[in-house]
Design a protein around this ligand. Structure first.
Ligand code: AMP
Length: 290
């Protein structure tokens, strides 16, 4: 059987300079349109595209940015190796309905003499904040710049990076940036593994082990909700991950869903169970609501 050819998609306009970005947004604003922003580091998958779709429900025009931000990678992390796939990213974004790809060069983002860093205290503490020193400063600084360059009505981030989402909500609130920061649910593979650009690093054997992360989270969450002791459940979960083939567990913690305060008892309000663990050299994160 032959399949009909896929409908051609109009190529997505690409802005590399801030002036081009601002000109497009100014034209939309002149028509009275609402603007959405979806910041990414590229190597796009369905998780990223779900953010574009959510942004399109909230805004008339959507800018997706692709910028592999050097300042959010630690010295031993994968900045150089991080996948860069501009042309397939542009095709995927066009199909998802984005209106503009903004992909600035590093020198445009951090020109000579750049000296400002945005630090969000509180929610940045612990979890990835402890394990990746400087990471959230890098994220907060680049997202502040993207928000100032775009001035969108709404900016969409994934719950996949749950602590990051809370950091960015706090940032917009504290700095009076007039943008609605929205979180989108985690998009998963059919076996439960959260989609991530870093999943491409996994060997076939590691890929087989990877769904244990989500399976363990779900089991620990169910046990906590069933009344089991929180610290026993967390200890059991970490043991399961190591037994299942993970090389190390950075953290498995129960936290308040908004303030990210650590919880050592079954929650009364909304809570989140968050995990980061290494599979060989690849660090995977996941989280679920309780
Ligand atoms: P990244 O390109 O990894 O920096 O991610 C860009 C945005 O996409 C962030 O807001 C992430 O939280 C979000 N994201 C990444 N993976 C997923 C996923 N599987 N489901 C939903 N959102 C995601």
């Amino acid at each position: 059987m032959t399949h009909p050819p896929m409908a051609p998609t109009t190529p997505l306009p690409i802005a590399r300079e801030t002036g081009e970005l601002r000109a497009a947004i100014t034209a939309w604003r002149a028509e009275g349109l609402r603007v959405g922003l979806v910041p990414t580091m590229g190597a796009l998958h369905d998780g990223h595209l779900s953010l574009v779709r959510l942004a399109l429900e909230k805004a008339d025009r959507v800018v997706a940015s692709v910028f592999v931000n050097p300042t959010q990678f630690g010295p031993t992390e994968d900045f150089a190796a991080y996948p860069r796939e501009e042309s397939s990213d542009a095709t995927k974004l066009a199909r998802a309905g984005a209106n503009l790809l903004y992909t600035p060069a590093v020198e445009t983002m951090y020109p000579e003499g750049f000296s400002t860093t945005v630090t969000v205290d509180g929610v940045s503490r612990g979890l990835c904040g402890d394990r990746r020193p400087g990471h959230f400063q890098g994220v907060a600084t680049v997202v502040t710049k993207l928000l100032m360059r775009c001035l969108p009505d709404v900016a969409v981030f994934g719950e996949k990076d749950y602590q990051q989402l809370q950091v960015l909500k706090r940032l917009a609130l504290d700095l009076d940036i007039p943008v609605e920061v929205l979180g989108a649910p985690i998009v998963r593979e059919t076996d439960g593994l959260a989609m991530s650009s870093r999943n491409a690093y996994l060997s076939p054997e590691e890929r087989d082990v990877a769904p244990t992360l989500n399976r363990t989270l779900r089991r620990v969450a169910a046990d906590i909700l069933g009344g089991a002791d929180v610290s026993d459940c967390l200890e059991w979960g970490m043991g399961e991950l190591l037994k299942g083939g993970f090389s190390s567990v950075d953290y498995l913690e129960l936290r308040d869903a908004t303030t990210l305060t650590p919880l050592d008892e079954a929650p009364e309000g909304e809570a989140r169970l968050l995990v980061a663990a290494k599979l060989g050299k690849t660090r995977l994160i996941d989280n679920i609501a309780l």
